[in-house]
Design a protein around this ligand. Structure first.
Ligand code: AMP
Ligand code: ZN
Length: 136
């Protein structure tokens, strides 16, 4: 049996049983094996404050499903990612971003090494609050 076949689980098209990667830091955060400061949670989505914020508001919005990055996103993920992105306006305001257009926020997802991605579990940074920011 090759490595790919050994890792593949019937429950998931992503090669991980139940859609999680036991070695992934964000999967561990979802499982509460690593602490985080929650912003939002439902059955499929988790949001938590970035441990090293660049801006007065900086939280991460992730699918609980382990998708390594935007590079692995497929059509089947569209409803999940649509629901995830549709949460941004409400959560941004709740976390202290000022209303559009004077306020607003930045949403970004780093992808791969050239894209500056450090944690290989798909996540959307939501940044906001008064400038200047440390980064972004
Ligand atoms: P990226 O470069 O897009 O992969 O960004 C990963 C982000 O995850 C960085 O902004 C980190 O500060 C953040 N991060 C890493 N570990 C944790 C953690 N345990 N809790 C909250 N945020 C984290
Ligand atoms: Zn993960």
């Amino acid at each position: 049996m090759n490595t790919h076949a050994r890792q593949a689980a019937p429950e998931s098209p992503h090669g991980h049983a139940a859609g999680i990667d036991p070695d992934c830091i964000f999967c561990k955060i979802v499982a509460r094996k690593i602490p985080s400061r929650a912003v939002y949670e439902d059955e499929e989505i988790y949001a938590f404050h970035d441990i090293n914020p660049w801006a007065p508001v900086h939280f991460l919005l992730i699918p609980k499903l382990h998708i390594a990055s935007m590079a692995q996103v497929q059509a089947e993920h569209a409803p999940l990612l649509g629901r995830l992105l549709a949460l941004v306006p409400r959560l941004a305001l709740e976390q202290g971003c000022q209303p559009y257009p004077e306020g607003g926020f930045r949403v970004l997802t780093n992808t791969g090494r050239d894209g500056g991605q450090e944690v290989p579990h798909l996540h959307f940074h939501v940044l906001g609050g008064p400038r200047p920011w440390l980064r972004g």
